[in-house]
Design a protein around this ligand. Structure first.
Ligand SMILES: [Zn+2]
Length: 472
């Protein structure tokens, strides 16, 4: 055990999904590939232009705050954060300093300090030959910033928190939070201490995957331990994460905190949240559908699904939808719901992995999936055959019955037809029949096997067994 206790706080920025930008009517399109098309005089900071507040963005943040049990501001205003950088056309960023939209709240037992709303900056890219390019499509996109209390203790806990926030944003349809696309960006403040007071804080920036969050924080804790064990001091600085070398590296030393000269944005009115009906707590609550943690409890308590299977269903939208539709279709049949969960989380996930496909590429409809589950129940297809049908359905689509027929996997369950086969086997295997009548149970299995052979494996073995018992 280390004598040092790590303390981690997170600052997470997430772009919000809205039609237009935070303060103007330019399109908010994170997928736009051509640079500088979604811009206008407002987000380009032309003199004399006036911003207006995007209510959709405010509502997203208030919903996140409501889901986390935070306190919503009764009124708020925006501040100007002044600094110079080429990605900031106005020379200031409109943000919230003293009056965040949300104060407090909890996610995965981690206390949230605040959630506020601001605008994103432009995207700059540094080309070869001393050239830098700036794309202003991103400038002014609504950006939510969530700050946690310094209560996280490990890299794993930090990445678990970020994963849960991503899931919440997606479930509220507030944002896609794809980290590889920069839609969610995590900064971690890491310090270690062997006493009750906190140690020197190091800020790790530009963590662009959940894995990077976990690994960078874990590395940084170890690095700081080594520094202190050598009798040296941890420097207060900003560090980056080198994915290839798996190390953090110094970016800049913080000598003093930068003075942003915050002051209230004079071009925007105060936002009286409590006077706006669509921002009322009741209204917000009514618009929030089942939250991820509520879904987890329902799957466990009502259907008895295993934890790791629940996670696969909750984290993946397509798999979750297939399962949800199965729960509706088979409402009271818990066995069927369990079967559906197994086929999704084990067989279907395996098929996707082998085919190197994402779940969004699944061609199978929920109806077709439920049809296949029913075919298993009714014995029209064996559980072995069902896996083959599922492979085809998942990639090519179609309806389960036709695919099963096409693959020759439909089992004969017609008793009259099978009775004929069974009586033929009985009359041609007199000695085995005698063995069975003398109490040899395995003789029955042999007879069923003979009948399966006779029907080239197309008969339902359960039906055959039943018929043999009846006829003997
Ligand atoms: Zn604009």
């Amino acid at each position: 055990m280390s004598i040092y206790t790590p303390t981690i706080g997170l600052e997470i920025h997430a772009e919000l999904k809205t039609k237009t930008k935070m303060f103007c009517n330019s399109k908010n399109d994170p997928d736009e590939k051509s640079p500088n098309v979604n811009i206008c005089p407002v987000c380009m900071g032309h003199p004399g232009t006036l911003p207006t507040i995007n209510k959709e963005a405010v509502r997203h943040v208030l919903k996140v705050g409501t889901a986390l049990g935070g306190e919503l501001a009764t009124n708020t205003y925006f501040d100007r954060k002044n600094y110079f950088y080429p990605d900031l056309p106005k020379g200031y960023q409109v943000s919230q300093y003293k009056n965040p939209l949300v104060s407090g709240g909890t996610l995965k037992d981690v206390l949230v300090t605040r959630i506020h709303l601001e605008e994103d900056t432009a995207r700059s890219s540094h080309e070869t030959g001393n050239t830098s390019l700036v794309d202003f499509n991103r400038a002014g996109i609504p950006l939510m910033e969530l700050v946690t209390e310094p209560v996280i203790k490990s890299g794993k806990q930090a990445s678990d928190f970020a994963r849960e926030l991503r899931l919440l944003l997606r479930s509220l349809e507030a944002g896609e939070a794809n980290m590889e696309k920069g839609e969610m960006r995590v900064e971690a403040n890491v310090s270690i201490s062997d006493s009750d007071s906190l140690g020197t804080k190091v800020e790790i920036k530009n963590l662009n995957s959940l894995k990077a969050v976990e690994q960078a924080v874990a590395f940084e804790i170890g690095r700081q331990e080594d520094v202190l064990k050598r009798g040296e001091q941890v420097l207060q600085e900003t560090r980056g994460w080198d994915e290839n070398k798996q190390i953090t590296f110094p970016q800049r030393i913080k000598e003093e905190s930068q003075d942003y000269r915050y002051f209230p944005e004079p071009d925007l009115p105060r936002l009286d949240i409590s006077d706006i009906p669509e921002f009322s707590l009741e209204r917000l609550k009514s618009e929030i559908s089942e939250l991820p943690w509520e879904k987890r409890s329902r799957y466990a308590d009502v259907y008895g699904i295993k934890d790791e299977d629940i996670e696969a269903l909750v984290q993946d939208k397509k798999l979750g939808t297939l399962f949800e539709e199965a729960t509706e279709k088979f409402a009271d049949d818990k066995n069927m719901i369990q079967t559906a969960a197994n086929y999704i989380t084990s067989d279907l996930v395996g098929i996707l992995k082998r085919g190197k496909k994402a779940s969004q590429e699944i061609s199978m409809t929920s109806e077709s999936f439920c049809e296949l589950m029913l075919m298993i129940k009714e014995g029209t297809v064996s559980s072995r055959g069902a896996k083959d049908v599922l492979s085809v359905l998942a990639i090519e689509g179609g309806d389960a019955k036709s695919v099963g027929e096409g693959l020759g996997l439909i089992q004969k369950s017609n008793e009259d037809e099978l009775k004929l086969v069974v009586s033929n086997i009985i009359s041609s295997h007199k000695d085995v029949v005698e063995d069975y009548k003398a109490g040899k149970e395995s003789a029955l299995q042999y007879l069923v096997g003979q009948a399966m052979k006779e029907t080239k494996g197309s008969a339902n073995p359960q039906i055959l067994q039943k018929l043999f018992k009846e006829l003997l």
